[in-house]
Design a protein around this ligand. Sequence first.
Ligand code: ADP
Length: 463
Amino acid sequence: MSTAEASRSRLRFDTVLIANRGEIAERVKRACLALGVRPVAIASEADAAEAPALEEGGPLCVGPATAAKSYLNQAAVLLAARVSGAGAVHPGYGFLSENADFAEALEKAGLIFIGPPASAIRTMGDKIAAKRAMLDAGVPCVPGPGEPLPDDVAIISRMADEIGYPLIIKASGGGGGKGMRVVRESDEIADAVSMTREEARRAFGKPELYMEKFLEKPRHVEFQVLCDEHGNAVWVGHRDCSLQRRHQKVVEEAPAPGIDPELAAATGARCAEACRQIGYRGVGTFEFLYENGAFFFIEMNTRLQVEHPVTEATAGVDLVVHQLQVAQGQAIDPIAFDRPASGHAFECRINAEDPDTFAASPGRITLVRFPTGEGVRVDTHIHDGYRVPAYYDSLIAKLIVHAPTRAQAIELMRKALAETRIEGIATNLPLHMKIFNDHDFIRGAVDIHYLEKRLKEGFSADA
Ligand code: ADP
């Protein structure tokens, strides 16, 4: 047996089914190939029609265009894994990536889910349980009890007075920025609770609500973690994702500017400790609101994030390769992650959408040209002649730059944006150009409402 064969025979899997589409499917495929693991792609009928001819007969079709019938169809994805001989499934982000039932179904079928144990997904998917777990681990949370609201309005009013107004009522089962309501005055609380409860019941099938202080001008700062099954857990830097529209991130950067290194180290260490306590495995992200020099936990994402490349650039690691290695049972070396971020990185999410109205703009791309050169990375699945389907998220590419300083990274992103050409459909490239020429953004550390405010003002240069 050769050394390569011997090391392969120790692997838990030699084939990975990539249960996703678009840029992230390409990204995961690259990591598989880097490790000598065979990637197998899936596609809906809509995506299969656009798939470039692949070596081994192309992706396995898992159903019609509608995501519910293809990428979210657990039985079809499981069957694809069986047919392809995969030993593990990488869910990417979105779709089935935070579905505890799917993780469990794979396990029952003898397959490895490349992600945390189902129990961790379940705890973190329930916001009250997540907040309680974080309070237990000493992670700083938004002021307010990590407990469900009672039915009695008088008790709720007293709790609200204790927290202080303004406050936010949130559905424990909520997600995607839905199932939340801000309350500014005590006479609004009773109606707000009953309306949010009804919404929660209907949208998430769970009426539980909780309440916490509403922060007026926070930034969104998140910590990347990586854990193995041997008790090692590390944090791998932080990112600022404050530039959002309708709770959707538009531009991300690493590291988050202007954060006290000691506070960051203490918060990151708490996140790693929380991971050990809940038996976490794989990559994950702790999302915080950051206001007046303090961090407040809001939620944990138990999967790879869209914005992971900015951390890869500044930490000098390949998070997806680590994800695969951890799933193979390998141990991570905590010392290798114990170093400061190097330089500064930005990511622009390029969407197929009108830059002014934000209406989706599916259709045929006639020409694509991406920039190249030192410090520039493009994660994408599009090519000349590619038709953007109307059925899925509008993200078509991520443009990532990395330079020694934040100012140099901004300069590099401007050049990279100017060199990018996507013709045939509308994209938000012009919006990114405005952002990278915006005075306050260039100065750094804008809050989560900043982009929407500038959009309302029409991005007039003098504002
Ligand atoms: P979801 O799971 O729906 O994304 P989150 O808890 O992450 O819910 O909150 C989504 C967004 O709502 C946050 O990014 C932030 O903009 C806002 N938000 C949530 N909690 C608060 C709070 N306590 N104060 C101010 N804004 C908040």
